[in-house]
Design a binder for this molecule. Structure first.
Ligand code: HEM
Length: 536
């Protein structure tokens, strides 16, 4: 009501002016001017009264008995400038903690998109486990890169359920994860050998490239049944690495057009559309080539260590996937499986270099169980301090601090605290804010694995105080595979070497947020060989 009156007030005098001046041309100009002013005042008024910003106009955030608070941001842009650069999880946490009563749910606008972010375990649980939040908003780059046909972005429905079922009964089934242990061991052996060589040559080791190479080869083995030898497959391996890197950049880039669609026509600083359309044919060619190789040598019986391409090719009837869908599903696995595993291992190793006491304790635990023989997955499962070290790293450095991919409400969702999230709202969970909240965790900034020996916490989605893999229907299906790989590799890295800080490259825990949150400055350390008989 107020805004309508105000619009009339501000514009009426403009209509009287041309008549007063007696000019027809001026009339057109003034009508245009009047409309612009009316539009602007309406926009300003709407913005001024919309808590949470322009996308929450008309009391969209006040439909429950308790309204959802939030920053107004700027007219038209909302909070885009706050979230498009820097460390969004930290900025959002600072906003949530800015009042005495921590805000469990906050509303804000990204351009015309209404968003809520949960910073408390109870609101996070209600969102992640609600069937009305089983969809995801899809980014333009994900659509262009065919990810809307893969598990992560497929809308909740028959096709997505089919993909999840296939993936969990084959690629991620416990017996398959066990069957792929030899390839995890093989990649780790190669990595340890390369680390020893680099240490000998340079007197220090830059760990990231070793972890990335091992991760890529490991997941290539489980998914494509193919591992690369840098000595022989240099060109193909370089191409693959380049494609994975380009895809990461495109998916991780903050694309303003996702929130202000009209920008697409004249502002694309990262050339996202152009780069996506160049990448897709290259990915198709590579993956189709591998599918073809499998078709030729395909056998009828699937063994437990069959790769995922074999599995997809063996599907019959309603389960059979179109070739382009297979390309999307396979490519997504390479994506999700490579970066998360490598960067989590790097964070764990960085903390162990900074905490020599914890590293020593871990070495003692491993030595007491395995002595000088080769460490296996079965050993790893019994090492409680090792599990605690990995959990503590997941708490301090969750690889997806905002859980990487948001959710979308498909209908109004009433929360138990009285707030109501309307349909078509993008929902994020700030896992970083939860794992750094002093009301949830004692001394949250301290790296202290012992806390998990005192009280065990399920990190696979059962306890929202620490849910780095998400929770509910869309929880990460690769969580067991990821955890088994990271724990085995960390154990073998500290069993074989003692890692000492390199004074020339001190450990720096600064973060950079892309698709995942990684160390801004790659970890360097001096790898001191421990016991030559603990072979590779
Ligand atoms: C340390 C390792 C990993 C972390 C921290 C991680 C984290 C996550 C998170 C936070 C989500 C979103 C969950 C949600 O919305 O509730 C997710 C989804 C997903 N992850 Fe992982 N992940 C890891 C490893 C892997 C691996 C190894 C794979 C596959 C090889 C994988 C495949 C996926 C897929 C396909 C989805 C989409 C699920 C869906 O939308 O239905 N992840 N992951």
């Amino acid at each position: 009501m107020v805004s309508v009156l105000d619009t009339k007030d501000t514009s009426l005098w403009v209509f009287t002016l041309p008549a007063f001046l007696g000019s027809k041309n001026l009339l057109d100009g003034y009508v245009l001017f009047a409309f612009s002013m009316a539009f602007l005042s309406l926009a300003l008024l709407t913005w001024a009264f919309a808590v949470g910003g322009i996308a929450w106009k008309n009391g969209r955030n006040q439909r429950g008995s308790v309204s959802i608070p939030g920053p107004r941001g700027l007219p038209i842009f909302g909070s885009l400038f706050t979230l498009s650069r820097g460390l969004a999880h930290r900025s959002l946490a600072a906003m949530a903690w800015s009042t005495r009563a921590n805000i469990p749910l906050m509303a804000f606008s990204l351009g015309s998109t209404p968003v809520v972010v949960a910073s408390h375990p109870s609101t996070a649980r209600e969102i992640l486990t609600s069937p009305h939040f089983a969809d995801r908003p899809i980014k333009q780059s994900a659509k262009s890169l065919m990810f809307s046909r893969a598990i992560g972005f497929a809308p909740n429905g028959t096709y997505w359920r089919l993909l999840r079922r296939i993936a969990s009964s084959h690629l991620f089934a416990p017996r398959r994860v066990v069957a792929h242990e030899p390839s995890r061991q093989l990649e780790c052996t190669a990595m340890l050998r390369n680390i020893a060589t680099e240490q000998q040559l340079n007197g220090t080791v830059s760990l990231r490239k070793h972890l990335q190479a091992a991760s890529l080869n490991n997941i290539m083995g489980s998914v494509f049944g193919k591992r690369y030898d840098p000595a022989h497959d240099g060109k193909e391996l370089d191409d693959l690495k380049e494609m994975v890197k380009e895809g990461f950049e495109l998916l991780g880039a903050f694309n303003w057009s996702d929130y202000l669609p009209w920008l697409t026509y004249f502002y694309d600083p990262f050339r996202i559309n152009e780069r996506c359309s160049k990448l897709v044919p290259r990915v198709r060619k590579l993956v189709r080539g591998i599918i073809e190789e499998h078709r030729v040598g395909q056998s009828k019986n699937l063994s437990d260590n069959a790769d995922f391409v074999d599995v997809l090719l063996s599907l019959e009837g309603e389960e059979k996937l179109q070739e382009d869908d297979m390309v999307a599903v396979l490519w997504e696995m390479i994506f999700r499986g490579t970066d998360t595993t490598a960067l989590l291992t790097e964070w764990v190793m960085a903390e162990l270099v900074l905490h020599p006491g914890a590293q020593e304790k871990l070495q003692r635990e491993i030595d007491s169980v395995v002595g000088n023989r080769t460490l296996t997955d079965a050993d790893v499962a019994t090492l409680s301090y090792l599990q605690a070290v990995v959990k503590e790293t997941l708490r301090v450095h969750p690889p997806g601090p905002l859980l990487s991919w948001a959710r979308l409400s498909t209908s109004d969702v009433q929360l138990s605290n009285g707030m109501l999230i309307p349909a078509n709202t993008t929902a994020m969970v700030n896992m970083w804010a939860i794992t750094h909240d002093p009301h949830v965790w004692e001394d949250p900034l301290e790296f202290r694995p012992e806390r998990f020996l005192e009280t065990d916490v399920d990190v696979r989605g059962g306890d929202l105080r620490l849910a780095p893999f998400g929770a509910g229907r869309r929880v990460c299906p690769g969580k067991n595979l990821g955890l088994v790989t990271v724990t085995l590799w960390v154990a073998k890295l500290v069993h074989r070497f003692t890692w000492v800080e390199d004074a020339g490259h001190p450990v720096d825990l600064d973060e950079v947020l892309k698709l995942s949150c990684e160390m801004k400055h790659p970890l360097h350390g001096i790898a001191v060989q421990r016991n030559s008989s603990t072979g590779f």
